[in-house]
Write a protein that binds this ligand. Structure first.
Ligand SMILES: Cc1cc2nc3c(=O)[nH]c(=O)nc-3n(C[C@H](O)[C@H](O)[C@H](O)COP(=O)(O)OP(=O)(O)OC[C@H]3O[C@@H](n4cnc5c(N)ncnc54)[C@H](O)[C@@H]3O)c2cc1C
Length: 532
């Protein structure tokens, strides 16, 4: 029997493997993918790139890695991020402890031996004291429920499953993109200048804002490398572990001219400042949110030539910032090309996919390529796809039928020795992922070390601790815009059965509060856990 099995070789799985190896644990990491990288292994669609500043995304734990690795752009693209994660894996000599091409189909806890039995689709098996789930919360792709999908005779891909073995031809082709979330926006703006004809099917628009990406010149590179302590110090203070934190002033204490000055500055600045470096009231008070939403709506109107198209691109069902804000590069200008057209699928819904293309309630289109930018069964999808069973064969899918329940977003009562990394009800999704992942992994490693030192072989969250944590998570959603928005931040996905309702998937209290709570629990000798 091994000490540990990690499922997932993304940012979380890689770092957990490193920490467990350092603790001397016999560990193997399993991944369906053909190599490490997780998100950055899979998402190879045109235009896939960071919304986080590259140098805020890399691991902070190794000064040597920080010194050796040079990001080429402020917001690097997928190929570079994949290269970075491969470099980290090789630098830390982790590859010999990873198995690829193995999809885990079941993980069952065995109470008699206090271990997890893990089985893969190809029949391989692993047995270990600890199970670490680094499955990703955006790693279960969902296709839309549209009749006739299998009838289509042209090429069609979900963005997550973009081909790895060949270049997809774009030039001279008639292309459809279904979906206008963060991924759809990146695809549309990238392929619009290349294709012959592009039709975008939009069910609900998102509020998007400029990324302002640029290459990193040598001087800036030196400055970044010389200031990592300050960069990570700043990130540790902000609500979302980004470089951008809320403006300290109150919306009500400044004049309209001062508000506009901040908003114009943020709109012209790189990254998530346009969302996060705002007055707190913009996300708490309807009047402030409406004022800011109008400011952004006017920007959209100013960038799209056709007024009718501009109005279709402005969200009406939620205010700015209530859902994940896609950052863009000339996204709105893409609609100014004569060969790009926006179809409002809320007005003229897609009725079916045909052999040649797409049929809406009004028109029939022919395409050479259909791109499904339809996102993920977020948070719990990858968990639901594995038959996970705890004490007495209890199924996790059943326990989570109405949404995730956990203690600290790391443990689940009834599922001993299972550590979730960057999973549901942790702070990861509400933040720049890697800093929160590092917090979670460091905490898990400290817990394992504690168990080793005390000779503890079994750990389980108590029902009481789990109940209290989940109640707090639910209370935090109450009365917020998040609770009302039909977004993956609130567990919504109309393409998944039972997910067309609010599910309490995320810790909303911010990264610093999450970190403090984890530390408090550890300092108190792991209160809320039963240790044997
Ligand atoms: C297009 C895109 C852009 C993003 N941009 C940003 C950004 O700019 N900033 C940011 O902070 N975050 C971003 N994210 C979020 C991103 O997911 C995280 O930053 C981070 O990569 C998550 O790492 P992870 O290790 O938790 O999960 P993942 O990277 O998702 O890795 C999970 C791994 O688990 C494997 N797995 C799952 N189920 C099984 C199974 N049953 N058997 C075997 N293996 C399995 C998967 O194959 C996958 O490789 C982005 C996400 C997407 C999709």
């Amino acid at each position: 029997m091994r000490d540990a099995v990690i499922i997932g070789a993304g940012v979380a799985g890689i770092y957990m493997l490193y920490r467990l190896r350092e603790l001397g644990l016999d560990t193997t990491t399993l991944d369906t993918a053909g190599g490490p990288g997780g998100t950055w292994y899979w998402n190879r669609y045109p235009g896939a790139r960071f919304d986080s500043e590259s140098y805020s995304y890399g691991y902070s734990f190794s000064k040597e890695i920080l010194e050796e690795w040079s990001w080429s752009e402020h917001f690097s693209g997928q190929p570079e991020t994949l290269r970075y994660l491969e470099y980290v894996v090789d630098k830390l000599d982790l590859r010999p402890h990873m198995q690829f091409g193995c999809q885990v189909k079941s993980a069952h806890f065995d109470s008699s031996e206090t271990c997890w039995n893990v089985e893969m689709e190809d029949g391989r098996r692993e047995k270990a004291r600890f199970l670490f789930t680094a499955l990703g919360i955006l790693s279960a792709a969902t296709l839309p429920r549209i009749e006739g999908r299998d009838d289509y005779e042209g090429e069609a891909f979900h963005t997550y499953l973009w081909p790895r073995d060949h270049e997809v031809e774009l030039e001279g082709r008639r292309v459809a993109v279904i979906g206008t979330g963060a991924t759809g926006v990146q695809v549309i703006q990238t392929i619009a200048p290349q294709v012959d004809e592009l039709v975008v099917f939009q069910r609900r628009p998102n509020w998007c804002a400029p990324l302002h990406n640029a290459p990193i010149d040598d001087e800036t590179q030196t400055r970044i490398k010389g200031s990592y302590d300050q960069i990570f110090g700043r990130m540790a203070e902000t609500h979302g572990s980004f470089l951008h934190g809320a403006d300290p002033r109150s919306y009500h204490d400044v004049s309209e001219a001062e508000r506009l000055e901040l908003w114009e500055k943020n709109y012209a600045s790189p990254g998530f400042g346009v969302w996060l470096a705002n007055f707190a009231e913009v996300f708490l008070e309807p009047e402030a949110n409406q004022a800011y939403s109008k400011f952004i709506a006017d920007k959209i109107r100013g960038r799209v030539d056709d007024p009718e198209t501009a109005e279709k691109l402005i969200p009406r069902d939620h205010g700015f910032g209530m859902q994940r804000v896609p950052l863009e590069t000339k996204y709105y200008e893409a609609y100014n090309y004569d060969h790009v057209r926006l179809v409002d699928a809320s007005q003229t819904p897609i009725v079916r996919i045909t052999r040649e293309g797409i049929q809406t309630s009004e028109e029939e289109f022919e395409f050479d390529l259909i791109i499904y930018a339809t996102g993920f069964d977020a948070f719990t999808g990858s968990y639901d796809r594995i038959d996970i069973r705890g004490v007495d064969g209890k199924r996790l899918a059943e326990k989570w039928a109405d949404g995730p329940i956990s203690y600290l977003g790391t443990h689940i009562a009834g599922f001993p020795n299972m550590f979730m990394l960057a999973g549901p009800q942790s702070a990861s999704a509400a933040s720049n992922f890697p800093p929160s992942i590092e917090v979670g992994v460091d905490w898990a490693a400290r817990f394992v070390e504690f168990m080793q030192s005390k000779g503890i072989t079994r750990v389980e969250a108590s029902d009481a601790a789990e109940g209290a944590w989940t109640k707090d998570i639910m209370a935090a959603y109450e009365g917020t815009y998040f609770a009302k928005a039909k977004s993956w931040f609130s567990g919504y996905n109309s393409n998944v059965d039972g997910h067309d309702k609010l599910r309490h998937v995320m810790f909303l209290g911010g990264a610093p509060a999450y970190r403090a709570r984890l530390t408090e629990v550890a300092d108190a000798g792991y209160e809320g856990f039963e240790l044997e």
